[in-house]
Design a protein around this ligand. Structure first.
Ligand SMILES: *[C@@H]1O[C@H](CO)[C@@H](O)[C@H](O)[C@H]1NC(C)=O
Ligand SMILES: *[C@@H]1O[C@H](CO)[C@@H](O)[C@H](O)[C@H]1NC(C)=O
Ligand SMILES: *[C@@H]1O[C@H](CO)[C@@H](O)[C@H](O)[C@H]1NC(C)=O
Length: 288
């Protein structure tokens, strides 16, 4: 039979490729805001950009940006993505590597405007491509995370420096708050803080529970088997008066166990591989 690639199939293939490409792109875009850490008992995973109830975009600002203003300095930033301005775009001079004067802010993920002699002067402080996520408080994985963004070789006060913005996202199940504060340290390093339910970890118990349940089950099964063998052997020895190794119940079965296991495994392997030559039905059935 020949398969003709009609327009329907072609459309299907195109749609399939777009879907695959989209999922790959989405994954790489959100990976900057995913974090998983283990301790001895749990796996804590954060996914800041994932939808949660009331926040379809996770921690991302629905406006396309967050804004915080302190001492005539204004900071704009977006988490897990670049900034988008549908309203209130930054107005400052020297917006070179953040989108230029007409698209200021659109090509970076954090921008600060400082007052220099009465004029707001722009400095890019963060790029999406160079950002970093870590646990806010190493001793308490429930605390939240810190997203850090960097931008290298910026001109600040006629000096070439590196800039950064650290956004602490504290876990708060009650809702989103902030950012209200902006701290500056060094020449061009900024800190701000917001509270958001997206900063809360999903906790998966990996130790204790899973293996504990299975371990208990295994011990019960082995105890039952041992009890059965012992009772059977005692009965056969004293009541049936079988005074040889045959006193062990179902001896034939136990003796054949290794061979049985081997053949069941082999048939399982065959099943997974599928019939490679001819049809399965032409074989004689395996007797167990
Ligand atoms: C990213 O964060 C980790 C953990 O806080 C740190 O060790 C690492 O140096 C950071 N990367 C950069 C580029 O700063
Ligand atoms: C800025 O960062 C770059 C790359 O990480 C480094 O080579 C350079 O020395 C840094 N500059 C300053 C002033 O710290
Ligand atoms: C704002 O001013 C206070 C006090 O002068 C200073 O400690 C703080 O670092 C300033 N903040 C920024 C973001 O410049």
């Amino acid at each position: 039979m020949k398969i003709r690639c009609g327009s329907n199939q072609r459309l299907f293939l195109i749609l399939l490729s777009i879907t695959l490409l989209r999922s790959v792109l989405l994954r790489s875009a959100t990976a900057v805001c995913d974090l998983s850490v283990f301790d001895s008992k749990n796996l804590y995973s954060y996914s800041l950009a994932s939808p949660i109830p009331k926040f379809p975009h996770g921690v991302l600002s629905e406006d396309g940006f967050y804004r915080v203003e302190v001492n005539k300095s204004v900071l704009w930033f977006q988490l897990c993505n670049g900034m988008i301005f549908n309203h209130g775009p930054p107005r400052c001079v020297d917006c070179t590597d953040c989108g230029g004067p007409s698209n200021c802010g659109m090509q970076c993920s954090a921008l600060v405007a400082n007052d220099v002699g009465g004029y707001p002067v722009c400095t890019t402080v963060g790029h999406l491509s160079s950002s970093n996520i870590s646990i806010a408080d190493e001793t308490n994985p429930h605390s939240g995370v810190i997203v850090k963004m960097f931008s290298i070789n910026q001109n600040v006060d006629d000096k070439v420096v590196n800039c950064s913005l650290s956004v602490t996202v504290l876990c708060d199940y009650t809702g989103a708050q902030g950012p209200h504060t902006l701290k500056k340290s060094g020449a061009c390093d900024y800190d701000t803080l917001l509270k958001h339910p997206s900063g809360c970890a999903n906790v998966v118990y990996i130790h204790g529970r899973g293996w504990g349940w299975f371990g208990t089950f295994l011990i019960i099964m082995l105890s039952l088997l041992a009890g059965y063998l012992l009772a059977g052997a005692v009965y056969r020895y004293f009541v049936l008066r079988i005074h040889s190794i045959d006193a062990i119940p179902n001896l034939e079965f136990w003796a054949s166990l290794p061979h049985r296991t081997q053949s069941s495994l082999a048939s399982l392997v065959r099943k997974f591989r599928g019939p490679s030559e001819g049809y399965r039905s032409s074989y004689s059935p395996v007797n167990f």
